[in-house]
Design a binder for this molecule. Sequence first.
Ligand code: PHE
Length: 511
Amino acid sequence: MKDKRLERERRGDHMDLGNNERRMLKSMLSAPSRNWNLKELLDSTGWGDQVHVAGAGKSLYEQGLVEISETSTRTVNLAFEGHKAASEELLEDRIWQWMQNADEGERSMQGLFAAGFERHEAGPGIGLLKSLGIKIEDGSFVFSNASEVSEVIAKRSEFIEKLSQEPISEDELDSELVSHFAGRKNLISIEETTSRTWTLTNKGSGVKSSDLGEIEQIGQLTPEILQGESWREAEFKPFDVNAPAPTPAGGRPHPMLALIERIRSVFLEMGFSEIEGNYVQSAGWNMDALFIPQSHPARTMQDTFYLSEPNKVQVSPEMLDLWASVHEHGHDTGSRGWGAKFDKEEAQKALLRTHTTVNTVRHIAENPDEPCRVFGIGRVFRQETIDRTHLPEFHQIEGIIHEPDANLPMLISTLKTFYAKMGYPDVRVRPAYFPYTEPSVEIEVFWRGQWLELGGSGIFRPEVTEPLGTEWPVCAWGMGLERLAMLVLELDDIRELYQPDLERLQDMPIL
Ligand code: PHE
């Protein structure tokens, strides 16, 4: 095997080059002083895959035969909303055209809706125009700088139009417009690309083309080759463990499932048992049991999903009587209650649970005489407008310690231990308010220089525990799982968790 190499060395062909390196070097020698870019090298070598150029270029570089220079460029592309704007015109442009043509009396929000603009467009659209100097006076839109507004909008439209032809390098664009559009949602995306050029060094240009004939090397041993004898004489292609290669993409659990598993094992490790409950609950168990007054704003249709089928979930008459008595005058709890008349029909309305605290109170009601430490991780539902940090369906991590000596320091140290085990040792608590706990505390975690609120907790009030049939104190907490996921998975938009973007999910940290 060595003989052929020695033979080549004797011929003066002393470089330890593989066929790819030989081919690339030979191509470059056809124009020895050129800075070759990728496309030129692909054309000249006849390769279809840039991996060959990158690999051969790197080993030529290591042997001092070529120089590689890298430049990175930022290219601006239209994103989803940008393409929409290119075909339908920018939102502010459409509203501005309407505003200029509308009669003075129609220049109002109602006028805007009457002209066919949707609610989700009107708010942001008017916001954009306000920042251009348009004002709202007595409900009407007024402006005094029409030509300026038109000019700015025309520039923006021209920018979008230009990008709809093809992506453009950032330095060829107006930087103010780039940063303006970068601040708006999904209009443009900026892609960073690195491009390389390859140039021969003096040593490289000194190589003779005639020494660069391709050699016969065995790249891969096959059973056929091994059956014969020829391999004994053959030359083997050396392995390059540093050569660029695609990263294999195997299967992995969804990051959210992995996180839930990890939280589960932390609580199990801390001696807690897991409980579960149904999504569909009565308003009574979800709220009245927690001494949330029946007039509480969060109980309205704006916040809570009430069901039409079933529209009622029966609650035992004894429970309804107890809650009525606690809410109306405090029962035997020493409290004065809320005073208002308790509506038992209201308490039997069916809803999608708005928090997992319903599971822990029901657990106490079913096991009033058994001390316990339990937790649950479950989905909850609230009528939230979807944005970067809110979803109408999300998850909570809930738990209680129900035992004769339960107390606040025990609660706080339990939560601190939990967060420390999750990798967040800096935790603080602050006074808070919930209708069902006293004292109530908010839990905050220190992350990247700031305190983030992750959940609520406290000791259940007697108005909650007495009707459940226990006299022991109950430490209780409920924390947002998606909030925690944002820290652990380093996200700044929780929607990314539930979008089927495999590439994005693939890139999230493995827990
Ligand atoms: N249920 C509260 C929430 O949804 C959290 C909480 C649970 C607060 C238990 C105190 C005690 O935000």
